[in-house]
Write a protein that binds this ligand. Structure first.
Ligand code: UT7
Length: 331
């Protein structure tokens, strides 16, 4: 029987501190009404000064292990999707490996911005199907509050911090109705990379000893252009994975799109003609947490009983790179 990968457990963690739109009104020229209407966001969670991305990931990963009925020593690889690692080296994956107390396993970060978690699922699924790995911890975690310019109202209202984790476990199955990933579509378009960027630690800047070029590493975004690309890319990606399984949106129980803007989520839903009740949305309470949006929303929906074993679920992501993609799976 073929070896496939199933999600054996999930966990998520959002920092305790909450920053509301009213708090932001005191920091930049904006309003609660504008933010809600244009983005759907009401509040976002912000990590404490002493809380790093891997601290958030640790909480989410411990929960995922517990729910999978596994211990840290059972994990044989960690894939960590993030654009805000604690430091460049060692990687967030290696730091998390040490914090969790895993054995001497493979651990690496995957950089695909907001699509990083879904990219990582694709890689982890392939590694498991190869027969080399049995239980892979896949994490999407960010401390975006560290890279946001809190004086720029066009970006600072959008982002938040958080972490989500799942464990992919090897299982043998004879048919397509049991838990497994059915299809992936992962793409990138580097020619539009300038629309969403975070320039930091560039060797050419560091070489200039007398430089005035030292810039603070803030995220930069051309919002309106990104908006249009996001809708098209996510809708197309969903259509690819649905078509590969001879399915339509009607055959899907739940859709979890990357949570960047409520209007983007709704537009993707309209393109797919999916019943809005099937779309899982938590952006009001979390803002955009980049690679963490999908695993956090997934874990919340599993925890409150909306997503159940046997359900067909569609994830779709879009982010800096530009990167985008989708996966369809049986939970
Ligand atoms: O994670 C993956 C990538 N991220 C995304 O997918 C985000 C994509 N983009 C967006 O979500 C939206 O483009 C934004 C939420 C960033 C902006 O919404 P928009 O409807 O595209 O607004 P806009 O940029 O067209 O700006 C409309 C107006 C402008 O004023 P004028 O030029 O019309 O006078 C802005 O200066 O709103 C103004 N504005 C604000 N007003 C109050 C921009 N930001 C704010 C603000 N508060 N925070």
């Amino acid at each position: 029987m073929p070896i496939v990968a199933k999600i054996s457990g999930s966990g998520s963690y959002l920092p305790e501190r909450v920053l509301t739109n009213s708090d932001l009104e005191k920091m930049v020229e904006t309003s609660d009404a504008w933010i809600r209407e244009r983005t759907g966001i009401a509040r976002r969670h912000i990590a404490r000064a002493d809380e790093t991305t891997t601290d958030l990931a640790l909480q989410a990963s411990r929960l995922a292990l517990k729910r999978a009925g596994l211990e840290a020593k059972d994990i044989d690889a960690i894939l960590f999707a993030t654009v805000t690692p604690d430091q460049v080296m060692p990687s967030a994956a290696c730091t998390l490996q040490a914090k969790l107390g895993c054995g001497p396993i493979m651990a690496f970060d995957l950089s695909a911005a907001c699509s990083g978690f879904v990219y990582s699922l694709n890689v982890a699924d392939s590694l498991i199907r190869s027969g080399q790995f049995k239980n892979i911890l896949v994490v999407g975690a960010e401390s975006l509050s560290r890279i946001v310019n809190w004086k720029d109202r066009e970006t600072c209202i959008l982002f938040g911090d958080g972490a989500g984790a799942v464990i992919l476990s090897a299982t043998e199955t004879p048919d397509k109705n049991s838990s497994q990933f059915l299809s992936f579509s992962m793409r990138a378009n580097g020619t539009l990379g300038h629309l969403l960027s975070l320039e930091t630690g560039r060797p050419q800047d560091q070489m200039k000893m007398d430089s005035e070029l030292i810039r603070l590493p803030f995220v930069q975004m051309r919002g309106r252009e990104i908006f249009k690309s996001a809708v098209r890319a996510m809708a197309d990606s969903c259509e690819i994975v649905l078509k590969a399984n001879e399915m339509t949106a009607e055959d899907v129980d739940w859709v979890i799109p990357h949570q960047a803007n409520i209007r983007i989520i709704q537009a993707v839903g309209e393109h797919l003609s999916v019943d809005p009740k099937k779309i899982i949305i938590n952006i009001e309470d979390t803002g955009n947490t980049s690679s963490a949006t999908i695993p956090v929303a997934f874990d919340q929906a599993v925890s409150d009983g909306r997503i159940q074993r046997g359900h067909t679920v569609l994830f779709t992501a879009f982010g800096g790179g530009l990167t985008y993609g989708a996966t369809l799976f049986k939970y």
